[in-house]
Design a protein around this ligand. Structure first.
Ligand code: UDP
Length: 327
């Protein structure tokens, strides 16, 4: 397939682009480098620098695109609360333009990068796709509204689409891992302590209703995630919009993550308990049964030690290229 990857300079988009190429597909990346890293774009991809809204139609036409993997988005929960307009513009409005460009150019195959944040605070775990969606922040709301838009385009225009709702993506693949100018995620922050770029890690609350009092999350390896995108593009069916959760199906607490990082890095990683972070649910664990049954997805790197080891292999070789070293 000729696959257009929007946001192919971002963490998830660039790993997916790399895996698509390794599996024999041709990839064109659109990215405006607002948050992505230029060096993350796979060398064998064709790069079109620009805004999805402005260049998508031309790229679809001129690059003979068969399928689209749409990652370009803003994805920081806290920022979405402070600047919602940026999230509605860059997430919803951009996606509507992309959907129109796909419709106008007869490109009917889409996989969309969605999130567990569409569910909000779950009543029970593991979370299945039929549970209520009640996002607690604008980021999740934009992703959920995009899902509604995709469903209606599938029905009206015969598009075949899949939304993948990721839980906590982590780990690294080859030369691509997490290296952001603004980092808010637990594993990369803990590894910055091990690198000596940060003094300690703050634990956001130890009085949650969980076994050790810290929040529990479901960490999924970035490479396993990439497999699901390809399976989705290979099996999308006209007029159908499928939605799948993607996680490892196992919960690890913040304290367990920090301990695993200590084991992997050999660094003592000082930690300090801080107040709870606004909007954090106590426990988020995915049921990925539907993706396994219907997509045939088989995650193989579900062990936290493997996920952290791969993340550390990437982070520890960054040297001066680490954003956290440049502060
Ligand atoms: N967390 C923490 N300290 C940090 C960053 C995150 O205790 O410096 C916690 C956060 O409260 C959440 C978990 O780690 O319970 C995972 O947070 P992350 O931001 O990585 O992902 P999220 O679950 O918010 O998507």
């Amino acid at each position: 397939m000729n696959i257009l990857v929007t946001g192919g300079a971002g963490y998830v988009g660039s790993v997916c682009a790399q895996v698509f190429i390794e599996q024999g597909h041709s990839v064109t990346v659109i990215d405006n480098f607002s948050t992505g890293n230029r060096e993350a774009v796979p060398a064998d991809a064709t790069l079109v620098e620009g805004d999805v809204r402005e260049v998508a139609a031309t790229v679809l036409r001129e690059h003979n695109i068969d399928a689209v993997a749409h990652f370009a988005a803003r994805s920081l929960v806290g920022e979405s609360v402070e600047k919602p307009e940026e999230y509605w513009q860059h997430n919803l409005v951009t996606t509507l333009a992309l959907l129109d460009a796909m419709r106008d150019n007869g490109v009917n195959n889409l996989v969309f990068s969605s999130t567990a944040a569409t569910y909000g605070e779950p009543e029970t775990v593991p979370i299945t796709e039929d549970m209520p969606t009640a996002p607690t922040n604008p980021y999740g709301a934009t992703k959920l509204s995009i899902d509604y838009a995709i469903t209606s385009y599938c029905h009206a225009y015969g598009m075949g689409a899949t939304s993948l709702r990721y839980f906590n993506v982590a780990g690294a693949y080859g030369s691509i891992g997490e290296n952001r100018a603004v980092e808010t995620h637990l594993i990369p922050l803990v590894l910055q302590v091990a690198l000596g770029h940060r003094e300690k890690i703050m634990i956001f609350g130890d009085d949650w209703p969980t076994e050790d009092g810290t929040c529990v999350r479901d960490y999924i390896h970035i490479r396993d995630l990439a497999d699901a995108h390809l399976l989705a593009l290979e099996s999308n069916t006209a007029s159908q919009h499928r939605i799948f959760n993607l996680g490892s199906g196992e919960g690890y607490s913040v304290a367990q993550v920090i301990d695993t990082c200590r084991e992997v890095t050999g660094h003592p990683i000082p930690a300090e308990v801080a107040p709870r972070r606004a909007g954090d649910p106590a426990t988020l664990i995915a049921s990925s049964a539907k993706a396994m049954n219907q997509l045939g997805w088989r995650p193989s790197r579900t062990d936290l030690h493997t996920i952290v080891s791969d993340a550390w292999a990437f982070t520890s070789q960054l040297g001066d290229r680490a954003y956290s070293a440049q502060r």
